[in-house]
Write a protein that binds this ligand. Structure first.
Ligand code: 5RP
Length: 262
C-alpha cells in the first residue's frame, strides 16, 4: 500500500474508506465526484460485493456513474430515489463552519442538487483542503452558454462591490474549447483569493442572469472526514461539535485500488 500510493492519494484513500463506512444497508446514497470520491466509491463497491450491503447510489456526474457501475453499485436517478439518506463527496476547500468550495471537477450543479436533497452530507478530504478563509481555490460558477461573455462581464461588475481580494474571472477550457459540464453549460473560475462573506457572494452570484449555480456550499455539509498521509483520520461533526481522531490500518489487499485514476 505504502509503495503504491503517494502521500496525497493515501490521505484521500483513507478519507474515502472511512466515509464509505458511514453507509448502512437500505440507504439511498449520493455519490460525489472527484478523486477522493472515486476512492470512496471503490470502497463502497467492495462492501456491496463482500458484505452484501444493499444500497442505491445516485451519482453526481456521468464520470461517477460509470465508476459506480464498474464497482457494482446499483444506481438510480435523483428523481427515482426522490430523497437521499446521505451524500458523500469531496471538496476543494472547507472552513471551520464546513462551508465549502466545490466544482474543481466541474460537477458542482449536480453535486449541490444531490447534497441538498439528502438528510446528511459528509465531505471526505485530505488535510490540505482545510482553510481559515475560503477563496484561495478559484470559485467555479456554472453559466449557460448563451451570452456567457455578457454573464462574465456582469459577474466582474458585481464583484467590485463584494468583500473579496481578487477579481479575475477565467473561462474554464478543455484544450482549445470551453469545458462543458454534464448539464451542457460552461464554467467560469473566479480567482477571489479571499472571500469575506461567502453567503452574500453566493446570493449575489445566483441573482445574475445566465448564472446556473456557484460552487459555494453553505449550510449543506454536516460532517467532514479528513484523511492524513500518516494514517490518521479526523472526524468533525458540525451538529454535535465533536471532533475525534482515529487511525486506519490499511490491509495489504487495499492496493487493489492502486490503479484508480480520476
Ligand atoms: C468536483 C468536486 C470535487 O469534489 C472537488 O474538486 C475535490 O476533488 P478531489 O477529491 O479530486 O480533490 O467538487 O466537482
Amino acid at each position: 500500500m505504502d509503495r503504491a500510493l503517494s502521500p496525497i492519494d493515501r490521505a484521500k484513500f483513507l478519507a474515502g474508506k472511512r466515509g464509505a463506512a458511514f453507509v448502512e444497508t437500505g440507504m439511498r446514497v449520493g455519490l460525489g465526484t472527484g478523486s477522493t470520491a472515486a476512492w470512496m466509491i471503490r470502497c463502497l463497491g467492495e462492501r456491496v460485493r463482500e458484505e452484501g450491503l444493499r444500497i442505491t447510489g445516485v451519482p453526481t456526474s456521468e464520470r461517477t456513474a460509470a465508476l459506480a457501475r464498474e464497482a457494482g453499485i446499483p444506481l438510480a436517478t435523483l428523481d427515482e430515489a426522490k430523497w437521499l439518506d446521505l451524500t458523500i463527496d469531496g471538496a476543494d476547500e472547507f472552513d471551520a463552519g464546513l462551508c465549502l468550495i466545490k466544482g474543481g471537477g466541474g460537477a458542482l450543479l449536480r453535486e449541490k442538487i444531490v447534497a441538498t436533497a439528502s438528510d446528511q452530507m459528509i465531505v471526505i478530504a485530505d488535510a490540505a483542503k482545510e482553510v481559515a478563509t475560503l477563496g484561495a481555490f478559484p470559485l467555479p460558477v456554472e453559466v449557460v452558454p448563451f451570452g456567457w461573455r455578457t454573464t462574465q462581464a456582469l459577474i466582474e461588475e458585481a464583484l467590485i462591490n463584494v468583500d473579496v481580494m481578487g477579481r479575475s474571472v477565467t473561462p474554464r477550457m478543455a484544450g482549445e474549447v470551453p469545458f462543458v459540464t454534464d448539464g451542457g453549460n460552461f464554467i467560469l473560475d473566479l480567482d477571489l483569493k479571499r472571500i469575506g462573506n461567502p453567503r452574500q457572494l453566493s446570493l449575489m452570484l445566483n441573482q445574475i442572469p445566465g448564472v446556473v449555480e456557484n460552487g459555494l456550499f453553505i449550510d449543506i455539509c454536516d460532517m467532514v472526514v479528513i484523511g492524513h498521509a500518516d494514517g490518521r483520520v479526523e472526524l468533525r461533526d458540525l451538529g454535535s461539535g465533536s471532533a475525534t481522531q482515529e487511525r486506519l490500518e490499511l490491509a495489504d489487499d487495499d492496493n487493489i485500488f492502486a490503479e484508480i485514476g480520476d
